[in-house]
Write a protein that binds this ligand. Structure first.
Ligand code: PMP
Length: 507
């Protein structure tokens, strides 16, 4: 039996829905000639004009010179330019100070630079993710020539005082690279006043399309292209321009003033949400600075006694989309590096949710969100799904004829632990296989890390499945909790037991 689904996206830091205006601009562009902007004839010149209009819209939104902006395939690519920028630093000053709460698209290039001989100095955030210029001053050495500091953190919502940080770096002759993805649309961005040297942005965080971003390079700052080929973007980033994405990004930028107007209401709603959660669960820990020190719609909550993976499934069951960390890391085994950096234990990190409301959240929607959170946190939600702790799984259960086991693979080619020998494997995104699955007796869901099994269990419950259970903490959790069982399950003797089962492949 299907239930009516009310859906409220509370995960706007992962991405935002494309606005109506953006959609219209993109469709108009797709319906046009889609000429190559590098060609000289009329349609090509029209395409080049569109590129310049998008650049102007962006320049206006960022208070920057149009010539200082190069379009990229997203912020990930813009952040990867760190790799070429760093190579231009003086050879005797190859030390970089960075914020350990950066997005993986910053941390991974930095790691590569570290392996290539650069010295990396990690700043230490406080328990709300803040890093003051005074702390950076203490870390400073004469070899530092680059400071990498985001403008807003995607998990805690913390804003950084970039102005003071840039001033400090410039006084010491260092450059500043800032991932400003999570600041745009959530606070006024004025690159001219900020004087940061490099900044990255992404369209899909401001109700624009995915697959397009921009790198700002302050006039005069050294730069070498990461992607070479044709002479697009003044030779600084090769590749034929994606016109519909550019049309969408330009329009999203034109809509930024409207987003900024909504900030006070968004902040008021977030604060009301926090107050209501505190009233229900006084032990909640808020990892987000209050007031103007954080993004208006974001809050990170540590809910002791609750596992975020299970909460994600329960909330999804009621149509609420929230995150357990950053969307880019949900497939990973480790707890969020951001939460560990602010001092949470791995246990606390696994009890932490990120809620990020959108600018269009209404009071009515918020009321529903609060009612669902309260129902779950107070234990009033029926516990119809059985949680099998990694320490509780037995051989009997694994080889029982009375239960079907499905192992969920997040990425079909991703190396993970081998599934339980009696399980059928279904990829998380295999819609056809999931839809073909019909309720037929008890079902145990497993996954690698522990995030996908609960969410799919709650999703199957919506479809009328009963007698559902899932393995908490995934197969990695089982390996840690019961190494002997783990080894036995891999032994050849098990084939006899597997054969004894008659419904292993039953969907
Ligand atoms: N930096 C931050 C802070 C982000 O939140 C994201 C998106 N999760 C990115 C970079 C990557 O942006 P994109 O999806 O455009 O590659």
């Amino acid at each position: 039996m299907f239930r009516l689904r009310r859906s409220i996206n509370c995960d706007h830091n992962a991405t935002t829905p494309v606005s109506l205006g953006v959609r219209k601009a993109m469709v108009k562009e797709l319906a046009g000639s889609q000429a190559n902007a590098s060609t000289p004839y009329r349609e090509g010149r029209k395409a080049a004009f569109l590129v310049s209009q998008a650049r102007l819209a962006l320049a206006k939104a960022l208070t920057a010179e149009p010539e200082s902006l190069i379009f990229t395939s997203g912020a990930t690519e813009a952040n990867n330019c760190l790799r070429t920028i760093a190579k231009l630093l003086p050879s005797d000053r190859r030390t970089i100070i960075y914020n350990p709460m950066e997005h993986p698209s910053v941390l991974e290039p930095l790691k590569l630079l570290g392996s290539e001989g650069f010295t990396l100095i990690e700043a230490k955030p406080d328990c709300l993710g803040r890093i003051e210029a005074d702390h950076l001053r203490e870390l400073w050495t004469v070899q530092v020539s680059l400071l990498v500091m985001m403008a807003a953190n995607n998990e805690t919502g913390t804003f950084y005082d970039l102005k003071a940080i840039v001033r400090l770096a410039h006084e010491r002759g260092a450059l500043v690279f800032s991932d400003m993805v999570q600041a745009l649309g959530k606070t006024r961005v004025d690159l001219g006043a900020l004087e940061v040297d490099y900044a990255s942005f992404s369209a899909h965080k401001i109700y624009g399309p995915k697959g397009i971003g921009v790198l700002y390079i302050r006039p005069g700052a050294p730069f070498a292209p990461l992607i070479v080929g044709g002479s697009q973007e003044s030779g600084l980033r090769a590749g034929t321009e994606c016109l519909h994405n550019l049309a969408g990004f330009g329009q999203a930028c034109r809509e930024i003033p409207g987003l900024l107007e909504k900030i006070p209401d968004l902040r008021r709603r977030k604060e009301h949400f926090i107050d209501q959660i505190k009233a229900e669960l006084p032990t909640v820990r808020i990892n987000t600075p209050s007031g103007e020190e954080s993004q208006p719609g974001t809050v990170s909550l540590t809910l002791a006694g609750f596992e975020n993976s299970h909460l994600l499934g329960q909330l999804d069951y009621h149509g609420l989309e929230v995150a357990a960390g950053s969307a880019c890391r949900t497939g990973a085994n480790e707890p969020s590096h951001v939460l560990l950096a602010i001092g949470l234990s791995p246990e606390e990190a696994r009890s932490t949710l990120r809620v990020s409301f959108g600018h269009n959240l209404t009071d009515g929607q918020l009321k529903y969100v609060i009612s669902i959170f309260k129902m779950i946190l107070s234990g009033r939600e029926s516990g119809a799904i059985t949680v099998v702790r990694p320490g509780e799984l037995t051989e009997e259960l694994v080889f029982s004829k009375n239960i079907s086991i499905i192992h969920i693979k997040r990425y079909p080619k991703f190396k993970g632990p081998s599934p339980l020998p009696t399980s059928r494997v279904i990829a998380l995104g295999d819609k056809v296989a999931w839809e073909a699955l019909k309720p037929s007796g008890p079902l145990l869901l497993t996954c690698d890390v522990g995030y996908d099994a609960p969410i799919m269990a709650w999703s199957l419950k919506r479809r009328g499945f009963k007698e559902l259970s899932f393995l908490a903490a995934g197969l990695w959790g089982l390996k840690i909790a019961q190494p002997d069982l783990w080894t036995r399950l891999r032994s050849a003797d098990n084939y006899a037991l597997i054969k004894a089962r008659d419904h292993i492949d039953a969907p």
